[in-house]
Ligand binder design. Sequence first.
Ligand SMILES: O=C(O)C(=O)C[C@]1(C(=O)O)C=C[C@@H](O)C=C1
Length: 294
Amino acid sequence: MERTFAFLGPRGTNTEEAARLIFREEDDVFRPYRTIPDCLEAAADGKVNYAVVPWENSLEGSVNLTLDWIIHKINLPILSELIIPISHQLSCAKREHPLALSDVTKVLSHPQAIAQCHNYLRDYLPHAEIEYVSSTAEAARLVSEHPEEPWVAISAMQAVHSYPVMLLAENIEDTENNFTRFIVLGEKPLVLPDSEKHKTTILVTMPSDFPGALHQVLSAFAWRRINLSRIESRPTKTGLGNYHFVIDIEQKMDDVLLPGAFAEMEALGCQVRFLGTYPVFIKQRNGAELSLRS
Ligand SMILES: O=C(O)C(=O)C[C@]1(C(=O)O)C=C[C@@H](O)C=C1
């Protein structure tokens, strides 16, 4: 049966690579959208079955736009997580001779990608202006459409192959430990391969003026020996100092332990919203195939 996936486009983004790595049925259809909110809204409005969006990067931290849209705008469960290594390539529009780095006036890319290449940019392109665009593939596309301009793009290799650009430098990310987590959201359950690793994500909103609230929330997990892998705070947008907490729990939803922890937090006056319980798939840097970290 056909499954449709919205991804942050245009073709050649890291998000598209992540989506195509895991969803490989013959009938799987991938549709590019211009922004992360567009992807999420397309899934929420039923224009596609699922949205695949970036969620967290090992160098730059959370993708706040994704967090905020999930917290404030849509109500779709997280169905799966994909973690892939990210490498960035520098390219210019196809021309007779490669552009000299000293002649480059502008570097285009997604803000997360620029942040992951700070060292290279400081060392080799300190004179160039930075222009943030909606995705790394959009940067390659824009650069390819302006061959008369001394511009370069930072993008994935797939974008270098997808647009008329030429490679100037390979793997310019600050460290090899550059991984991005992507999540898949949608209304219908997804048929996925088995995974050894699972997570559950919740959103906790504390009552205001409650001394030690965060400590008590954490102790609901600690004394049950439940492992957490991330706590991210985001403003509730109701006033300075008010926060939601997105909490990643290193296990599947169960019948006893997690409901017990959630009930304990609710008894403290916290609101607990369940965002999903899902398998995790990880591609190692040197593995051609998707593999699971044990
Ligand atoms: O622009 C892309 O290629 C994306 O898929 C987005 C994105 C992100 O938002 O983090 C994904 C992975 C990299 O971390 C850089 C950019």
